[in-house]
Design a binder for this molecule. Sequence first.
Ligand SMILES: [Zn+2]
Length: 63
Amino acid sequence: MKDDARPQCTHWIGEKRHHCKEVDGVRLYVTGPRCPAHTPRALQGLDEFPPGPGWPIHREETS
Ligand SMILES: [Zn+2]
């Protein structure tokens, strides 16, 4: 259990009064680590740039 090793989404969910802390699919953005639901573009209602080879989103945990 080394959750600290994985970036967590740092988006502040105002209505829940805590950070998102999602770890699945989190990528680093200018604003910090963000899950797919809280990327800068997603928050603006824009489509994500299509992920290409080697993007971290393609990394998957074995479960
Ligand atoms: Zn999030």
